[in-house]
Design a protein around this ligand. Structure first.
Ligand code: FAD
Length: 338
């Protein structure tokens, strides 16, 4: 493992925050991770495991070791006439795997096209979009315990996936490095076009025969029209989660605030779109110094160039306070703060 000193992280996070890592290294194989766990000096350092840096806000220089996961690999584990099982290296780029799988004629990832980041980070918050989540295609993952070096397999149940949640975000936070993810894709179409404007987009494109490629193209078009491209405008996608509140509370709030939208979540709960709350609190499109709330999507905070992580964090604090004041609902950040 080659260690670089004083590495700028600007190119390693999609917010484009210019902070430095005291030490920086990459893992290119599972053995690299295991070797790391056997090195007491390196292991004792404060560390940050980095994928694509698309779900984090860096608020200060990192005093410790930042390690980028570059473990590649796309292995066909098994196949039959209906499905394939694939083991994908944690450092593979999610969207590249989506496009590759579609080109092979395998279905299941198409609705999650264009989500930035790495395969290894996908289970951390059970990524999802347009009616599909990682858990829908998930078989298992392999992770290395950072203290012991033990390689452990987690199946679907062990990951306890929820809405932008998994055991790796709570009880096992910071304890494991996800080195590979095994997924199941189908050869037969079990498509979901019911979510958002996928149907409208397919119609616009004149699609006659539904394919994973057609759905992926539709999702990409929709996403490009709504979400800022991090290469052009720093951001980390949805900054906040959509709050899930008891149905009884929703009934009370809806009485007070006409038009408050919500969708059924788990039994007895409703999911309220955080973007709507932020918009109604007057934040959509607002700019504060070098950062702000995106003009088209109030859930997305943006760096207009040169903003610090602290400035973006302070902006998020103000938004949370205003939404509490107006609706009594506390927004939770989806983005990881370091
Ligand atoms: C424009 C844009 C759109 C987005 N749209 C969506 C969306 O539609 N749906 C969605 O769910 N998310 C979305 N996101 C968020 C982001 O793409 C996902 O959360 C993605 O999974 C993050 O991957 P990453 O590799 O960039 O993770 P990073 O930001 O590098 O890391 C995120 C967290 O995971 C940890 N981590 C990373 N890799 C590993 C590993 N191998 N083992 C253990 N821990 C690890 C990090 O330490 C950190 O805590 C969007 C982001 C952007 C910028």
């Amino acid at each position: 493992m080659t260690i670089i000193k004083n590495q700028s992280l600007k190119a390693y996070n999609t917010f484009g925050i210019d902070v430095n890592a005291e030490l920086f290294a990459t893992w290119n194989s599972v053995q690299d991770v295991i070797d790391f766990t056997q090195n007491p000096e390196l292991k004792s350092k404060t560390r940050l495991v980095l994928g694509g840096g698309s779900n984090m806000l860096l608020t200060k220089d990192f005093e410790g070791l930042v390690i980028k996961n570059n473990i590649l690999g796309r292995e066909l584990v098994s196949k039959n006439e209906n499905e394939v099982i694939l083991k994908i290296g944690g450092g593979e780029v999610w969207h590249e795997v989506v496009l590759w799988s579609i080109a092979q004629g395998w279905n299941g990832m198409e609705n999650m096209s264009l989500i930035p980041g790495s395969m290894g980070a996908a289970p951390i918050q059970n990524i999802g979009a347009y009616g599909r989540e990682l858990k829908d295609i998930f078989v298992s993952l392999e992770a290395v315990h950072i203290e012991t070096g033990e390689v452990k397999t987690f199946d679907l149940e062990a990951c306890a996936f929820g809405y932008r949640e998994s055991v790796f975000k709570n009880i096992y936070k910071g304890q494991y490095v996800i080195v590979s993810v095994t997924i199941r894709l189908t050869k037969t179409g079990d498509f979901n076009t019911s979510y958002g404007s996928i149907g409208v987009e397919l119609e616009k494109a004149g699609v006659k025969k539904l394919t994973a490629k057609a759905i992926s193209d539709a999702v990409i078009t929709i996403r490009q029209s709504k979400l800022p491209d991090p290469v052009k405008l720093g951001n980390s996608g949805s900054f906040f989660k959509n709050p899930i509140i008891p149905a009884a509370l929703y009934d009370e709030l809806k009485f007070e605030h006409h038009g408050l939208p919500a969708y059924p979540a788990e039994e007895g709960f409703m999911k309220v779109p955080a973007g709507w709350l932020i918009d109604q609190a007057g934040w959509k499109g607002k700019r504060v110094g070098k950062c702000g709330v995106h003009t088209k999507q109030a859930l997305v905070l943006v760096n207009y160039g040169g903003a610090t992580g602290q400035e973006i964090f302070q902006l998020s604090e103000r938004i949370i306070a205003d939404v509490i004041q107006k609706y009594g609902i506390e927004l939770e950040r989806e983005v990881n703060i370091f």
